[in-house]
Ligand binder design. Structure first.
Ligand code: ATP
Ligand code: MG
Length: 391
């Protein structure tokens, strides 16, 4: 039963390594957690001695809070703890109450002392608490395969005790690594790529190119569902929708068919870069993976990436294989959405042949018949934006 004595203790590791930026990282992580747990009526999230405390105060929704914490990047692990005064008696008393909750045959105590002014050191605390549990339950101490582990963390003038620990997703807190714009198709790969960059602390916005008026709105619906699903990890975000059918029909008039897929991608990149510059976003993200399809060979990736000069094109999936990517897509909850049928804009005017070795020079020469700048401006001018409200 959750009571007002209970707090969540949240641990992080990479954040702790950030030296002088540490306060800033901790505060960001605290703000991200606060934004998540607000929905459960909680606003107290405090950095305290190298960990964060989430204080519900009163009754609270354990599964809801635990799901929210398990989706917050930067958290390495967390636990729901009882908080008591940092005295030997109070700690032993709380440990015995925890021990009485469920029977067990073997156990260990793992004490950590956040500061040295507490009288007992960790080893003494392990022994004192261990002896008391042993006496009251008859269970044996087992330091390698304990059935239950009693964690004790002494923090300032209080101590936290818990027996169950949950893993967090790791990574860095979202919005500690700048902003990126993820090119989101309706497929399996690009949502995973966006998720990976969020895990590295990027704040992620989305751009989707659709074939309207030549195709139905299914890919837009798809992108919107994927973006909304990802906000569970990212927090609130935005999806820019670019009508691309007219632009493709112009590309078709100038570019030989085997170069068209690469040319479409080059125009997507140009429009995405222009939008990113306008919005103060510092990088583009794609779901490309080396050799996965004909358009993702080294020469083609070079021809696609070479139109972007002002920011990096990040391809977090470049060295991963499809099986791994699909497993991640299932884990993060996008796979089921991605496999729904939808009309991708690139199947419009789809070429029968795709070269695996386009060169930037070949494309530039084919594109001279087009007013690239005007096409980019047209893409931006017709953009609409959808707010993704977040969890
Ligand atoms: P995905 O599963 O993400 O669609 P894919 O392996 O099918 O990737 P492509 O369809 O060749 O590969 O697309 C490569 C990348 O280009 C995508 O991962 C995505 O980042 C971007 N992209 C492709 N189509 C679109 C689109 N309609 N809107 C936005 N980005 C797109
Ligand atoms: Mg695709």
């Amino acid at each position: 039963m959750a009571t007002s004595q209970d707090v969540y203790v949240v641990h992080y590791h990479e954040v702790g390594l950030k030296g002088r930026n540490r306060d800033w990282f901790e505060n960001r992580l605290a703000a991200n957690i606060r934004a998540r747990v607000k929905a459960f009526g909680i606003d107290r999230v405090q950095p305290t001695a190298g960990r964060l405390l989430v204080e519900p105060g009163g009754e609270f929704d354990r599964p809801g809070i635990e799901e929210a914490l398990s989706l917050t990047f930067g958290i390495s692990g967390f636990a729901c703890a009882v908080r008591v005064a940092a005295s030997r008696e109070a700690i032993v008393d709380a440990a015995l109450k925890l021990a009485a909750e469920q029977p067990f045959e073997s156990f260990q105590v793992r004490a950590r002392r956040g500061h040295t002014s507490f009288l007992d050191n960790s080893q003494t605390l392990n022994e004192v608490v261990g002896q008391a549990i042993k006496d009251s339950t008859g269970a044996r101490v087992d330091l390698s395969h304990a059935e239950r582990t009693f964690h004790v963390e002494v923090v300032h003038n209080f101590a936290l005790l818990y027996t169950e620990k949950f893993d967090g997703p790791g990574g860095l807190p979202v919005a500690t690594s700048g902003r990126v714009l993820a090119l989101l198709s309706g497929g399996i790969d690009s949502p995973v790529a966006a998720w990976q960059m969020a895990k590295r602390g990027a704040e992620v916005g989305f751009i989707h190119f659709h074939g309207q008026p030549f195709s139905d709105p299914s890919s837009v619906r798809q992108a919107s569902r994927l973006g909304r699903r990802l906000t569970g990890w990212l927090g609130r975000s935005r999806l820019w929708l670019i009508p691309f059918g007219d632009i493709q029909s112009e590309i078709v008039t100038a570019v030989p068919q085997e170069l068209r897929i690469v040319a479409y991608r080059r125009f997507m990149m140009r429009i995405a870069e222009a939008l990113a510059l306008r919005e103060g976003i510092g990088g583009l993200v794609t779901g490309e993976s080396l050799g996965q399809v004909a358009s993702q060979t080294l020469p083609n990736l070079t021809a696609i990436g070479s139109v972007v000069a002002s920011m990096p094109v990040l391809r977090p999936l470049i060295g991963r294989d499809k099986i791994e990517i699909e497993a991640d897509a299932k884990k993060i909850g996008t796979y089921e959405i991605s496999i729904q049928p939808h009309q991708d804009c690139c199947v419009l005017f789809v070429p029968r042949k795709v070269t695996t070795h386009a060169t930037a020079a070949e494309l530039e020469s084919a594109e001279t018949a087009l007013d690239a700048q005007a096409l980019v401006e047209k893409g931006l001018a017709n953009a609409t934006v959808e707010e993704l409200p977040g969890p």
